[in-house]
Design a protein around this ligand. Structure first.
Ligand SMILES: N[C@@H](CCC[C@H](N)C(=O)O)C(=O)O
Length: 282
């Protein structure tokens, strides 16, 4: 049964920002209403965020078989469900660590894309084992924005990405709408689109239009997809490490010899409050 007031926190990872909803027993929010998510993420009428991270004990959720120690119930700003969030998972563990809810061991975070292990590093950053990438369609994808088209690589990080190389990050123009893609059947559930420029042998910069959230200042799963596309394009051997610059900062991604992607970056929680459902529009 949902309560009339509930706690919330706000955090970000390289300025990809989230409202966190602690719900350890899964009883505060039931199945989390999409309308509530949209309201909380609204930057003018709500709190404002790219997405919502609901925090449930792994054994108290019923979305996946193995919910890990803690399950990250991720929702995009438009209320849709996504499988995984690479910046969100670091913010999620930042919250758990701040609250003393985890010890020194790697935290097993359950997601709809499987359990991911996250560690807190001595320098305050977090490293997430993001698992193996999949390349369902190694060629033939085209993405389109503002009348321009680019060939793109489909990289699946548990959620879908299309990575396109550009000469200049201004080339795609304003990303106010979801970029188009072809063939349409490649992404039946939509896609996150990354535009990338190479800055050096192991350094790239990117912009991203996220499915369900619009253009954001960073996307962790996107930085992994971009690393895969960049290393493949340069025919680099594994392991390989990239610095990936995003609008909100930079992260480090290592594509390990065992084919796992490891994402390292900052995560902060910077505000908290109590929300009253009576404030929701009728
Ligand atoms: N910002 C996230 C990705 C969030 C989900 C994405 N919009 C989707 O729908 O797949 C990240 O940091 O990975």
């Amino acid at each position: 049964m949902s309560t009339s007031t509930f706690p919330w926190l706000k955090g970000h990872g390289t300025e990809n920002d989230f409202v966190l909803l602690p719900d350890p027993d899964g009883t505060i929010h039931g199945d989390l209403d999409a309308g509530l998510v949209r309201f909380l993420c609204d930057r003018h009428a709500g709190i404002g965020a790219d997405g919502v991270l609901r925090v449930i004990e792994g054994s108290k959720q019923s979305y996946v078989e193995d919910g890990g120690d803690w399950f990250m119930d991720y929702r995009n700003a438009d209320g849709s469900v996504a499988e995984m969030c690479g910046n969100g998972i670091r913010v999620f563990v930042r919250y758990l660590a701040d609250e003393g809810l985890v010890g020194d061991k790697p935290v097993r975070v359950g997601t709809r894309a499987g359990v991911k292990e996250v560690v807190l590093n001595d320098d305050g950053t977090f490293t997430a084992d993001m698992g193996e990438p999949a390349l369902p369609r190694p060629s033939g994808i085209v993405v389109e924005a503002n009348g321009h088209q680019w060939p793109a690589l489909h990289v699946d990080m548990g959620n879908p990405h299309a990575v396109a190389f550009v000469d200049d990050l201004r080339e795609p123009g304003w990303l106010l709408e979801q970029p188009g893609w072809s063939p349409v059947e490649a992404f039946p559930d939509g896609v996150n689109v990354e535009f990338v420029v190479r800055k050096g042998p192991n350094e790239v910069e990117m912009r991203v239009h996220e499915r369900g959230s619009g253009e954001t200042r960073s996307c962790g799963t996107g930085t992994c997809a971009v690393t895969v596309a960049s290393a493949r394009a340069a025919r680099q051997e594994l392991p390989v490490t990239y610095r990936v610059g995003v609008l909100g900062g930079a992260v480090t991604v290592t594509w390990r010899a065992d084919n796992h992607l490891e994402l390292t970056g900052p995560a902060v929680v910077h505000a908290r409050g109590v929300f009253d459902r009576a404030w929701l529009p009728a």
